[in-house]
Design a binder for this molecule. Structure first.
Ligand SMILES: *Cc1c(COP(=O)(O)O)cnc(C)c1O
Length: 399
């Protein structure tokens, strides 16, 4: 390890909270699918900041939007109007078909907004007595880190020591629509679900699951809220992963790639009846809908559409997964995924393999111990996939 690397790691350990366990690579600059460390060593990024940089690092179109907007106006607060916010709203409507959007910053805030909308809709529209509204989510979910969101996490590490928790949530097994139906009561206002569970290890549910969940939700007048923060905006091989099952949720949350990695922007998109429960003063965020974030998000959406990233993800993902399935090693339990969102499930901890890959110039990160997540920026080329595959095969076949 070089001196500068060592010093920076020591500083981070000394003065930063230890709430992450990063690989010891210190990235100094990035372009497209490539990142460079402080020693000038180059790596192919196969994590893409948990799908926040689907457009590739430092995409020039988004960069220009950021810089030129930063020279005009960056923040007005929603006390006043700004010229970028309505343009983004119109764009989100055009891309998704949802009636209305509410802009926030982080993904967790978008999910919190969805939970508030669902509870209020449950009371005001469905007529559930105030304080009794109840939301169903899935085991092994990941929806963010706020107290209310970890209140319905089944991951002990996310919860230990953070109680007391927010009541009003129940969990059902992911992929089991009948369990969802059994869990519904007259007080249920919403079912919150990831179309493919990302943090749980790229877990793809049985075919037809989301469709069946939609039917059950309709039958019981329960909102179907799909968390597309990681799966959406091209990653899974469609603009939104729910489209792969031809369902129509009542609301979705988006974030991450909504800004192409430049600036935190998230949103709840919903039907008018759901969004309509918010009246002036009832919910908000100082930075939510700010002109800098909106200009960046418009440009980030331009790139997804103009460069046909969902189609690229579908085609290149199928190609990459096909290559990965040719690796022969009993340590591999399963190769699964959707689009350029691939989980290599191993029989043992994935961390040593991620470290070996880092040494060969490929960055990826284990999730839930035994899964290697492979999710490069969607602008990756076939040649770059071939090169990444050679490194992965070498690391996996070497042992
Ligand atoms: C990352 C993620 C979140 C949380 O987003 P943050 O920006 O980290 O708050 C929520 N839901 C899903 C599905 C995610 O992948």
């Amino acid at each position: 390890m070089t001196a500068v690397l060592h010093d920076l790691i020591a500083l981070e350990d000394e003065f930063g909270a230890h709430n992450y366990h990063p690989l010891d690579v210190i990235i100094e600059r990035a372009k497209g699918v490539w990142v460079w460390d402080v020693d000038g060593k180059k790596y192919l990024d196969c994590l893409a900041a948990y799908s926040a940089v689907n457009q590739g690092h430092c995409h020039p179109h988004i960069q220009n939007a950021l810089v030129s907007q930063a020279q005009r106006v960056t923040l007005t607060s929603r006390a006043f109007r700004n010229d970028q916010f309505p343009r983004l709203l119109e764009r989100l409507h055009a891309i998704s078909g949802f009636d209305q959007a509410l802009l926030m910053n982080s993904g967790a805030e978008a999910v919190e907004t969805a939970l508030k909308a669902a509870r209020k809709w449950g009371h005001v529209v469905k007529g559930i007595p105030e304080g009794r509204q109840h939301i169903i989510a899935c085991e092994n979910n990941f929806h963010g880190r706020t107290i209310s969101i970890v209140s319905f996490s089944s991951h002990e590490e996310y919860r230990a020591g953070f109680g007391p928790f927010t009541p009003g949530f129940t969990l059902v097994p992911f992929g089991d629509a009948e369990a969802l139906e059994r869990a519904i009561t007259p007080d249920t206002c919403a079912f919150l679900v990831e179309p493919i569970q990302g943090e749980a290890g790229i877990v793809v549910p049985p075919r037809g699951y989301l469709k069946r969940a939609e039917e059950i939700c309709r039958k019981h007048n329960v909102l179907l809220i799909v968390d597309e923060i990681q799966s959406g905006l091209g990653r899974a091989g469609a603009m939104f992963a729910y489209q792969l099952e031809r369902v129509q949720p009542d609301a979705i949350t988006i974030g991450k790639a909504l800004s192409g990695g430049f600036y935190p922007v998230s949103a709840l998109l919903a039907r008018r009846e759901v969004m309509g429960v918010f009246k002036p003063g009832e919910h908000g965020s100082t930075f939510g809908g700010n002109p800098l974030g909106c200009a960046v998000a418009i440009a980030a959406l331009d790139v997804i559409v103009d460069e046909r990233l969902p189609e690229r993800a579908a085609q290149l993902g199928a190609y990459f997964m096909g290559l990965l399935r040719t690796i022969v090693n009993p340590v591999i339990r399963e190769v699964r995924g959707s689009g350029l969102w691939i989980g290599l499930q191993l029989h043992e901890p994935a961390r040593p393999y991620c470290e070996a890959l880092m040494a060969r110039g490929v960055l990826c990160k284990e999730t839930h111990d035994t899964v290697m997540r492979i999710a490069p920026p969607l602008v990756i080329t076939r040649d770059e996939i071939d090169w990444a595959f050679d490194q992965i095969r070498n690391v996996l076949e070497r042992r």
